[in-house]
Design a binder for this molecule. Structure first.
Ligand SMILES: [Zn+2]
Length: 685
């Protein structure tokens, strides 16, 4: 009963195992290297369905739950069809494969049909990529700016996995990759969905297993009705190429440039609608605690000596995460202090939440929530409102319970617009920070009275972009910013707060794709406890190299932190090279090795196990809009470092700028330098 079907595209060969129980991915081969990337079978997809009468959930596996599988291959296409589903009779899953042999690429489209009168289909995977784990086999997680993780990491001994919502802080973009550092070969995994629909991105390895998986999955729409057949959004693309995460990022960028719906207009200095935000090099984070709050900001700005922005919290009288969205009136001295800041050229973004309405929105009283907001809040198919609670409490000691508003509703669109207009045209702010929009997951709202189909799909991003377009086109805010870096909101949001980019093993995949499209700013140095010296210094360096507008420090932390001179030095270099980071592109980072002790911090509250561990010297290669290249190296350690640097620049002798004089000589792409402690140097080519 078993048979194996092979499908080739250029140097990529996939084989599928068909049995009396279903369909598996049996092997993945690199025909150029003549080696297997996968040598044990794994399920090609899982799907969930919910019985509408009682909510019972069935999980269907491709390799265990279908009694009939057919494979029809013809030329550069192949159709895999799974039917006779045992747990959900009447379900058929069809995968349409298309080869692009010139690129060793296979595209998958997944089509679901269901004749089952009892179950609604609720989620389905894009095809799952399994691969053999091993030393030097690494993969890209889409968390934050991107993470390059080891497939055989012992640090994650008890299960190794992550499941992150897209778009959110946990999945900024729609691609992953697996590469082998020994062979220099890379398998790209991208979901090319230009809308885009809500998704999850997963990686998982069972303890001790010889293989692991990466995949996307999609929450489905029309989850309140049976027979909700549909086609998954986008094309799932697997492509074999040379390289690593960087090459994968270029493949995604090339696709996005031609197809993505979320790209803003850009010119030689980056996006054309960023206004004053384009001029900023560093940020202060301020929670108003005193009436004359501008004075200490101005002292810090003067000391830092570059153009600064301020992210201002608690400008309103209601407590944080309480009584939203009723922010007005502002605190009594806000207008006066804003004038002081503006006169000094300091721009201010006030904090507002872009998603939530407090269910007890006047102290402990339900003032307008039930009467006004509840019909427009997100709900499951049984009418239960999706709510969230954080650390904030009501006056009676109970946690505040905040409803997630539905972005499709006129009420929420007008509420957000009204707040933004008043902040900018009346109070005098320079833009608005709308919290959570690019950080929190799309909710699968199933309220049929709203202007969208129930469940997943592309409506969340489309309606949020309607809302943001409405705010920016018809209103007063000069610029908008939001939390984290979920990609599809950047069309109308100029600034992304990169506060969470303080994890271990980060790679700048997001800047490689988007540095010239959206402005990133700030790291959460507050999350590094006890002002740990190495923790701060690592991310001072990385934030410069990744192109962020730096800082997001409170004036107090700025005054008291260690290595303040190092921070100031890096910020001054950012200001000097400002044009490189606004409109420039990040190129393949240099490969560095150095002999200084590694930098290690075990107090980073946002990192796995609170641990970050980086080499002393980090580097980046950028190209400005005129094509000039800049190789930057930063030694963030208190020791001097002998560094060997390999970079994609022509051989030659390059004048050093920054904290060294002389030249960097590159021969066969490689050169040596001795960097002083806490130093930055660059060459221009
Ligand atoms: Zn809704």
């Amino acid at each position: 009963m078993e048979n194996t079907a092979c499908f080739r595209s250029g140097e990529l060969e996939l084989s599928f195992l068909c049995t009396e129980n279903g369909l598996s991915l049996a092997s993945v081969r690199d025909l150029r290297q003549g080696c297997a990337l996968l040598s044990a079978p794994g399920a090609l997809f899982t799907l969930t369905a919910e019985r509408l009468s009682d909510g019972e959930v069935k999980t269907v596996r491709s390799d265990a739950d279908f009694r009939r599988v057919s494979v029809t291959a013809e030329g550069e296409t192949c159709v895999l069809r799974c039917s006779d589903c045992v747990p959900v009779p009447g379900l058929t899953v069809t995968l349409l494969l298309t080869a692009d042999p010139s690129r060793s690429r296979v595209g998958f489209q997944t089509v679901l049909s269901s004749e089952n009168p009892d179950y609604a289909l609720t989620s389905c995977d894009d095809p799952t990529l399994w691969f053999d784990v091993g030393e030097g086999v690494r993969f890209l997680s889409p968390y934050g700016c991107g993470e390059a993780l080891d497939s055989d990491s012992e640090r994650f001994g008890h299960g190794y996995g992550s499941s992150q919502d897209y778009p959110s802080y946990g999945a900024s973009f729609q691609f992953m990759a697996v590469w082998n550092e020994r062979t220099g070969r890379c398998l790209y995994y991208g979901v090319h969905d230009p809308v885009p629909a809500a998704k999850k991105f997963h990686f998982h390895r069972e303890v001790g297993a010889p293989t692991m998986q990466i995949k996307a999955s999609q929450p489905l729409c029309c989850i309140d009705r049976p027979c909700n057949g549909q086609t998954l959004y986008g094309t799932c693309v697997w492509q074999l190429t040379d390289g690593d995460w960087y090459d994968a990022a270029l493949l995604y960028r090339a696709w996005a440039e031609q197809n993505a719906s979320w790209l803003p207009e850009t010119g030689p200095n980056g996006r054309t609608d960023a206004g004053w935000l384009n001029d900023v090099d560093a940020w202060f984070l301020v929670h108003i605690e005193r009436d004359d709050f501008a004075d200490e900001i101005l002292d810090a700005v003067k000391d830092l000596g570059v153009r600064c922005g301020v992210h201002l919290y608690l400008w309103h009288n209601n407590p944080f995460d309480n009584d939203y969205p009723h922010y007005f009136p502002e605190k009594p001295t806000v207008r006066r202090e804003l004038r002081k800041l503006r006169e000094a050229g300091v721009r201010v973004l006030p904090y507002v939440n872009g998603r939530l309405w407090d269910t007890r929105d006047r102290g402990t009283e339900d003032w307008e929530f039930t009467s006004k907001a509840k019909p427009m809040a997100t709900k499951d198919r049984n009418g239960n409102v999706f709510t969230e609670s954080y650390s904030a409490k009501e006056a009676n000691g109970e946690h505040t319970v905040l409803a997630v508003m539905c972005p499709s509703t006129a009420l929420w669109q007008e509420t957000v617009k009204g707040i933004c207009d008043r902040l900018c045209s009346d109070v005098g702010f320079d833009g608005v920070y709308l919290d959570q929009i690019a950080a929190a997951k799309p909710q699968p709202c199933a309220d049929r009275t709203h202007n969208h189909l129930p469940g997943g799909g592309g409506w969340w991003m489309e309606r949020y972009n309607d809302l943001l377009g409405h705010v920016s086109r018809t209103g007063d805010p000069a610029v908008l910013a939001t939390e984290c870096t979920g990609e599809p909101f950047m069309k109308h949001i100029q600034g992304y707060l990169s506060w969470l980019w303080i994890k271990d093993r980060q790679v700048p995949a997001f800047p490689v794709v988007y540095a010239d499209r959206v402005i990133t700013f700030g790291c959460s140095y507050q999350s590094i406890q006890d002002m740990d010296r190495d923790g701060l210094a690592i991310f001072f360096a990385q934030s410069l190299l990744f192109g962020e507008q730096m800082g997001w420090l409170s004036p107090k932390l700025y005054r008291e932190m260690p290595e303040r001179d190092f921070f100031r030095r890096l910020v001054s270099v950012r200001a000097e090279l400002h044009r490189v980071f606004h409109g420039g592109r990040m190129l393949r980072p240099p490969v560095l090795s150095d002999d200084a002790p590694r930098l290690r911090c075990e107090k980073d509250m946002q990192a796995y196990f609170h641990l970050v561990d980086y080499p002393a010297v980090q580097g980046a290669l950028w190209r400005d809009a005129d094509g000039k290249r800049y190789l930057l190296l930063v030694n963030a350690s208190p020791s001097s470092a002998n560094v060997v640097c390999k970079a994609e620049l022509p051989d030659g002798a390059y004048a050093l700028h920054g904290d060294l004089t002389g030249e960097l000589a590159l021969q066969n792409g490689s050169g040596k330098l001795t960097l002083p402690p806490c130093a930055v140097v660059w060459v221009e080519a």
